[in-house]
Design a protein around this ligand. Structure first.
Ligand code: F6P
Length: 546
């Protein structure tokens, strides 16, 4: 990071030091236009950041910081296919997968769009065949269940989207197996009929140990029930490693490719989205892509102050780096987004959980926050206590639909809306000691008792939150929401000065697990390991009686 950036960051920190903690109640009281000034809309999607701990000067300084970081130029480089993933020497072009209304997009001098369209059409045909029952299992029965075997980016996106769009599912039932723990595949297969089950093996590299182990178990399950020759009819694959898929024995007509310029956690738009397409159909899958494309266009063209991903990223940076808040909570008041927090954990933490800048030198600020969450209202009855009265401040990001899909259950939806708005208000306003005491006295509590209890009922307030509001969680709205978060992660990465598109931090554990497997299997000694590993291996063997 250069001097201009450091100067802009110092100005931000100075402003924060002078104004913290920001009195949000007073900010709202003195500025009736605060919501209008600190919210942005794109069609029916609104980002309300009026309850973030920012004032006008903070926003201006954040925009200066983004200028100093060269944010707009970096964004344009990503869209134009530059090799911005410098540690893997790759372009980052997941946006091409949904650029269906545009022209050519080049990677290394060739237009990727014809291949993107070709794979999408092959997916359409396969998904359609499975949905209509023209593509059948070995015994001639139509598929009623599809099991996607994959992990990380080859699992979380499709799981999250399938769940989110369940009102749109009119195809076979979808199941997802990711964990190498045998419990996952055993529990999934327990309810299924091999004659009517199709497996999709989804792995960018087709080497991931969890996925390959589960895939072999699934292959054996089909072979044991229907005979070895049946397996071809019950498997399809999605990968960039077509040679490895062939070695595994899946017919090339059932293999859907993608490319090294699609990162795993950015891949649900590619053939990795095949299970989504089988569940909801090609038209709704294209609406999902269209929603993401609408956000791409907006991110590319809107001035930064009116740009939703840019402002979401800048506010995120303000909270993480300038205010030093360690985490962000993702709380959808939309039950069908229940897997969104897990999906965003990978998107955000695998992208921005880094400690070195692009040139390999240590970062100069904290980087990505801890991301976690659960849907409301469930979270209210579990961990919201800490959000309101705990000693750490954790900015909350709420998601809310104006309308639910359950037209006949309108009262439920009004309750979810009221609860979401109430939580944002409570975090911001809090309750003073005086208010707590008055409330108790008004309830008839004796004065001494009111004084004793009141401190426990104080809420400090001034706890920041953001809210994303949309009309309804349909495929277009979901695509737009996911792309918003993808670009937000990109924006923050530019300000951290890191590469958001590699994930070397997951390698060491994988290497050590490979070394430890023979030890756990009793084929190698634990003598060369550290004392803790050695001690645990010994204890495991004792517990197993071996
Ligand atoms: O956990 C590391 C990782 O490489 C993720 O980035 C990726 O999404 C996941 O493993 C699965 O990889 P693959 O699709 O190659 O099986």
């Amino acid at each position: 990071m250069d001097t201009a950036f450091k100067t802009a960051l110092a100005a931000l920190r100075e402003h924060r030091a002078k104004t913290a903690p920001m009195d949000m109640r007073a900010a709202f009281a003195s500025d009736p236009g605060r919501f209008a000034r600190f919210s942005l809309s794109l069609d029916d999607l609104t980002l309300d950041f009026s309850r973030a701990a920012v004032d006008q000067k903070a926003v201006d300084l954040l925009l200066k910081l983004s200028e100093a970081a060269g944010l707009e130029a970096a964004r344009d480089k990503m869209f134009s296919g530059s090799h911005i993933n410098t540690t893997e020497d790759r372009a980052v072009l997941h946006t091409a997968l949904r650029a269906l209304s545009g022209g050519s997009i080049e990677n290394d001098g060739y237009d990727v769009m014809p291949e993107v369209r070709e794979v999408l059409e092959a997916m359409d045909a396969f998904a359609d065949g499975v949905r209509r029952g023209t593509i059948r299992g070995a015994t001639g029965k139509a598929f009623t269940d599809v099991v996607n075997i994959g992990i990380g980016g080859s699992d979380l996106g499709p799981v999250m989207v399938t769940r989110a769009l369940s009102p749109y599912r009119d195809g076979p039932r979808l199941h997802y197996v990711s964990n190498v723990d045998g419990a996952h595949i055993a529990d999934t297969l327990a309810g299924l009929d091999p004659e009517t089950t199709l497996f999709i093996i989804a792995s960018k590299t087709f080497t991931t140990i969890e996925t390959m182990t589960n895939a072999r178990t699934a292959q054996k399950w089909i072979a044991a029930k229907l005979g070895q020759s049946a397996t071809g009819d019950h498997f399809a694959a999605v990968s960039t490693a077509l040679d490895k898929v062939a070695d595994f024995g899946i017919d090339e007509k059932r293999v859907f490719g993608f490319w090294d310029w699609v990162g795993g956690r950015y891949s649900l738009w590619s053939a990795i989205g095949l299970p989504i397409m089988i569940a909801i159909g090609a038209d709704d899958f294209r609406r999902l892509l269209a929603g993401a494309e609408a956000m791409d266009q907006h991110f590319k063209s809107a001035p930064l102050r009116e740009n939703l991903p840019a402002m979401l990223g800048l506010i995120g940076y303000w909270h993480r780096v300038v205010c030093d808040y360690p985490a962000r909570a993702i709380i959808p008041y939309d039950q069908r987004l229940e897997r969104l927090p897990a999906y965003l954990q990978q998107l955000d933490m695998e992208s921005n959980g880094k400690g070195v800048q692009l040139d390999g030198s240590p970062v100069i600020t904290p980087t990505g926050p801890l991301v976690w969450g659960e849907p409301g209202t469930n979270g209210q009855h579990a961990f919201f206590q800490l959000l309101h009265q705990g000693t750490d401040i954790i900015p909350v990001e709420f998601m809310l639909a104006a309308e639910g899909h359950e037209a006949g259950l309108g009262h439920h939806h009004d309750l979810i809306v009221a609860n979401c708005l109430a939580q944002a208000e409570a975090l911001m306003k809090g309750r003073t000691l005086e208010e707590a005491e008055t409330q108790l006295l008004e309830k008839g509590v004796p004065e001494a008792e009111a004084k004793r209890l009141a401190p426990h009922r104080v809420f400090t307030g001034n706890r920041p939150s953001l809210t994303l509001l949309y009309r309804k969680l349909d495929p277009f709205a979901l695509g737009r929401l996911i792309a918003l978060y993808e670009h937000r992660v990109f924006v923050e990465a530019q300000l951290f000065g890191i590469n958001a598109f590699d994930q070397w931090g997951v390698e060491l554990g994988k290497e050590l697990a490979t070394e430890l497997l023979p030890v756990v299997e009793g084929k190698a000694s634990a003598d060369s390991r550290d004392a803790a590993t050695g001690g645990m291996v010994k204890r495991i063997m004792e517990l197993r009686g071996s």
